[in-house]
Design a protein around this ligand. Sequence first.
Ligand code: NAG
Ligand code: NAG
Ligand code: NAG
Ligand code: NAG
Length: 719
Amino acid sequence: MGLLLLLTSSLLSNYFHPGIAVDMKQLFTIRNITLSIEPSNNVTRDTDVTLRCKASVSSTGDQVLNREYTIYKDSNIVYTKSSSTSEDLLYPLPKARVSNIGRYKCKINIEDRQMTSEAEKLTVTGMSNPVLRLNKSEISEGEEVTATCTAHGETGSIIFYINEGSKIIQEERVNSDQLEVKIHFGVGIHMIHCSYIVLMAPETFKSERSNTATVSVKEHNIRPVLEISPQSKIYEGDHLNVLCTIRGFPKSYGTVRLYLNHGDRLLGTGNTEVNHSLVALAKDPGDFECKLEMGRISKVDTKTVSVMELFSKPTLTITPSEIFQNEFMTLTCRSEIYVSERLSTEELTYNLEPDDSGLTKRSPGVYTGYALLDNANYTCVAKAKGIMKFSETLTVRPKVSVSVPKISVDGKVVLGQPFKIRCHSENGSLPINYTLQKGHEQLKTTSIELPTQQALFTVTIAKPEEIREYKCKAKNNHRPASSSEGLVAAVIEPLTNLTLTVIPPLSEISEGDHLYLICGTKGTPPVTFRWYRSGRKQPLYTTTSDSNNTAYQVPSLSKHHSGRYHCEAVNHANNVIHSEMVNIEVRLALWKKALIGGVCLLVALVLVAVGLLYFKSKRGRETYSPSTQLLRMVRTAVSVWSDRPPEAANDEESSAVSSEPDVEYTEVVHPQPVDTARGAPDHHDYGSVAYAELQGEQPEISHHPPYVNSYQDLPVPVD
Ligand SMILES: *[C@@H]1O[C@H](CO)[C@@H](O)[C@H](O)[C@H]1NC(C)=O
Ligand SMILES: *[C@@H]1O[C@H](CO)[C@@H](O)[C@H](O)[C@H]1NC(C)=O
Ligand SMILES: *[C@@H]1O[C@H](CO)[C@@H](O)[C@H](O)[C@H]1NC(C)=O
Ligand SMILES: *[C@@H]1O[C@H](CO)[C@@H](O)[C@H](O)[C@H]1NC(C)=O
């Protein structure tokens, strides 16, 4: 029956609380959990503190559920306990110390259900004062003292410090409230104290200073003694006796040991003495040290020995200081200083290295011979009383004598303009002095010190012949300077005196003539000439000529060739010069003048004849026709005119062959008045003139200049 009831209740509880109830036997819920600190959250040290963890759990049934408690301090578990009672959990912290400071929490766990309390902070104030004790207050040098520093009752992780004044002489971390260390002290009175800190990351708590304890350390009677003989006037090569011994009576604190040092070298050791003898050397450091070690005691005695040089380090010198290949030289090896009372000159010997230098020994330390072609290294050694001293290495670098210089120009030489002369010797050790001479006059000297430098001199000449007067001299040693040949170079004379000569003479230029415009100048060819006609930018013609005179031809002049002409010339001196303007006026052809005269005469004759006839008829004689007579006379005149220019046969025919410029050209110069008299059509005349002008733009097409000029580069026609 009871079993049945329990089963029913269990089923019911499952039905009504499906999410909470886990236990088949008993239902429960954790209502609350708190942590409290007794007697207070803020206590002084040595207070007995209790943490109380109180959990409220409601359950069906009377059976006490098994509870698991966990106490946390700053998230670390410090305590766990299982309990099967409903009483509070108590966690004692007897005699609380600063190491107990922290935030505490309590957690309860019942059958996998748990609850954690709020955190409570425990503060403990006050730290115990450290106490320092020494087991002895008076000791002898080398003895130890046991020092004990106590932080009574403190817990946790503690670092102890033992100080002498402000200097920490011992420092140690322990997990107890006491530190015991053994300390060595030097001779004298020492006042020491200690302190500690409790490590509570992230915080630390520092204690007060302890009491001050005093220890006095007495010096031992024992000490090392260093003796060196001789005591003064020590020269290199002398024998030195060095003795390291003990004075005083040791109480035995272990074995006594002596060490004899010379600089970094340990010369010897011993228990009661070290006896050492050596040859003094000037180059060695003169510090000797006798050191005594006994247990932890160590004492030294030092002495400095100054060793004087018997002879100085030799120097190797060469004469002459500047040596050229195959020249005679002398090498001298000398120790400048030597102690004459200790050393005779015979004792001091010299040797040259290498032995096979090929030089001859003339006297002690003096060697002569001829310089080689290449560099050579020499060293010398001075020896006396078993001491050897080496000189610095002397490197002999034989120089190369300068070769005969060459003179040349840098760029082009233009008369009256500055140009550069270069002097250069193929061979020769630097520095080389180059001197420029004109005739016997030395103009300038320049010193070339680097292979990249050049000896360049700037000069100006007024006459072409002057150029040969320039010479160079090169010198890099005591020998006389070698001189170059005279300078040979093409000299460009700038152009001057450009004249434009006209043939035929200006006053005689008339239609049909061939006109020559001759440009002449002074200066160095090749010359480029250009002819211009006023009012046109483009030159009429351009040519480059190796002659100083070049002509430009205008064949078969006509009236429209009248105008102002000039020419220009330029050569490698790059100065452009202009001629004077020449005014060319093309006059009527002579035969035209004559023709006009003739026609005028004819007209006059006709008028006279008409007058005469008229006069006769007035007198009554009407026998023959005067008009017939007149007609005949006119005809005669016209036929005379038609025959006059034999080459000008017919106007129509000339037009037909107008592709031949010469013919057409000639045709163009028909005198206008006669045309009118013959009743020639006006349009034909205009056509001819237009053509002529067209040709006049490029008359050079049809001819070659008469002089040397044979350049075929015809200028582009200008329009
Ligand atoms: C704790 O108490 C001491 C005196 O008892 C007081 O000086 C200190 O300020 C208190 N500290 C805290 C955190 O309450
Ligand atoms: C003091 O301590 C040192 C070092 O531990 C020890 O050698 C010495 O015997 C001690 N002296 C006394 C009087 O205890
Ligand atoms: C040290 O040795 C030298 C010779 O090596 C000797 O003359 C000298 O008497 C010795 N000194 C002592 C104190 O033994
Ligand atoms: C001379 O000595 C220098 C270094 O001291 C070395 O560099 C050089 O090559 C030597 N010259 C000859 C010719 O031996």
